[in-house]
Design a binder for this molecule. Structure first.
Ligand code: MTE
Length: 330
C-alpha cells in the first residue's frame, strides 16, 4: 500500500487534484465500455503501439549516448533550476496513480520497442520507431519553467527537439487545424488505467499555430540524460506557457485533425479544465487562487507570484489575438 506523505505546501488533494471532482456522465459511460470517440480522433486500438511489458521495466536505452546535447541559450530562465531529485520524484502521472509518488511504479513502463504513429490529416500515415525518430530530430537542451494548475512550479532542463521539427516530419495537410496527442493505454503495467472512471487514454491537443510556436517542445531528455519514465519517457510535450496538464507524457500518437479534441481533464471537468489552459495569475481556478505559485528551488520551497503565460508572453501572446472572448486561461 502506498503511504501518502503530505508536505505542508501541498494543497489538500480534495482541493487541488481534478480527481475529486464529480465525474460527468460521459466519463462514466466511457468507463463502462460504452465509450464515446474523441471529437476528430480516429478510435484507437487501446494498445501501447507494440511496447512489451517486462518484469521490472528495465531495458538498455540505445539513445543514452545522444546526451548531453547543446543548450539553446536563446530562451532565458529567470530562476535557478529545481533539484533533480524533486523533479523526478514529485510527479503527476495518473496512469500510475492519482498521487505524487508514482516514480517507482512508473518503472514498469516498457520503453522498447516504442513506436509513434502519425495519422489523420497527413500526406502519408507513418508508424515510426522512437529510436529512429529521435535520430532525425535536431536535439538541443532548453531550460523551462513548468507550472502545474495545482500551483506547484519547477524549472528544469529538458533535452529534445522543437515540435515544429516533428510537424515537418509528419507533413500534415493544410486542412489540419489541431494536433492531437495520445499517451499509451495498457492496464497491464499502468494500474491507474484500471480506474475505469477516468477517460483513458490521456489525450491533449494544440492548435497548429501553437504547435508551430518556437517554444513548443518535445522532451526526450531531462537533466542531461534520457527522460525518466515518471516524467514521460520516451517523449513528452513541453509547452511552458500552459498549465502542466497540457504536457502530455509518453506519447504514442500524433493525429492531425480539423476538429478540436476534448482533452483528458476537459472531458472529466470542462468547467475547470479547458482546451487553452494558458497560465494566468488573474483568473483563479474555481477552487483556488492562481496568483502565486510554490516554486521548488535549490533552497527549498518558495512562494512566487505567478506570471501571465508563465512569463513567456513575448513568445506566445500573439497566438491569442482575436480570441479574447474565449476562456483562454482554463
Ligand atoms: N500526462 C499523462 N499521460 N498523464 C498524466 O497524468 N499529468 C500532467 C502532465 N502530463 C499527466 C500527464 C500534469 S497534471 C502535470 S503537472 C505534468 O504532467 C507533470 O509533469 P512532471 O511530473 O514531469 O513534473
Amino acid at each position: 500500500m502506498l503511504i501518502r506523505k503530505r508536505r505542508d505546501w501541498d494543497l489538500p488533494d480534495k482541493a487541488a487534484t481534478p480527481e475529486s471532482i464529480f465525474l460527468n456522465r460521459r466519463s462514466i459511460v466511457k468507463g463502462l465500455g460504452l465509450g464515446v470517440a474523441l471529437a476528430g480522433v480516429a478510435p484507437v486500438a487501446g494498445v501501447l503501439s507494440g511496447a512489451r511489458a517486462d518484469d521490472d521495466g528495465a531495458e538498455a536505452d540505445p539513445t543514452a549516448g545522444l546526451y548531453p546535447v547543446p543548450r539553446n541559450d536563446g530562451i532565458a530562465l529567470d530562476r535557478p533550476i529545481s533539484p533533480e531529485d524533486v523533479a523526478t520524484t514529485y510527479n503527476n502521472f495518473y496512469e500510475f496513480g492519482s498521487h505524487k509518488e508514482i516514480s517507482s511504479l512508473a518503472q514498469k513502463l516498457p520503453l522498447r520497442p516504442w513506436t509513434v504513429t502519425f495519422d489523420g490529416l497527413v500526406e502519408k500515415e507513418q508508424v515510426v520507431d522512437f529510436d529512429d525518430l529521435i535520430r532525425k530530430m535536431p536535439l538541443e537542451e532548453r531550460l523551462y519553467r513548468h507550472r502545474c494548475v495545482e500551483r506547484w512550479a519547477i524549472a528544469v532542463p529538458y533535452s529534445g527537439f522543437p515540435l515544429r521539427a516533428l510537424l515537418d516530419f509528419a507533413r500534415p495537410l493544410g486542412s489540419a487545424k489541431y494536433v492531437v496527442m495520445q499517451t499509451f493505454e495498457d492496464t497491464g503495467f499502468a494500474p491507474g488505467q484500471r480506474q475505469f472512471w477516468y477517460p483513458w487514454p490521456y489525450v491533449e491537443g494544440l492548435t497548429m499555430a501553437e504547435a508551430a510556436n518556437e517554444l513548443a517542445f518535445i522532451a526526450t531528455g531531462y537533466y542531461g540524460k534520457p527522460i525518466p519514465k515518471q516524467n514521460g519517457a520516451p517523449l513528452r510535450l513541453a509547452v511552458p506557457w500552459k498549465y502542466g496538464f497540457k504536457h502530455i507524457k509518453s506519447i504514442v500518437r500524433f493525429t492531425f485533425s480539423e476538429e478540436r479534441p476534448v482533452s483528458f481533464w476537459e472531458e472529466i471537468a470542462s468547467n475547470e479544465y479547458g482546451f487553452w489552459a494558458n497560465v494566468n495569475p488573474e483568473v483563479p481556478h474555481r477552487r483556488w487562487s492562481q496568483a502565486e505559485e510554490h516554486f521548488f528551488g535549490p533552497d527549498g520551497k518558495e512562494w512566487r507570484p505567478t506570471q501571465p503565460y508563465n512569463g513567456y508572453g513575448e513568445y506566445v501572446a500573439g497566438l491569442y489575438k482575436g480570441r479574447e472572448n474565449e476562456a483562454l486561461f482554463m
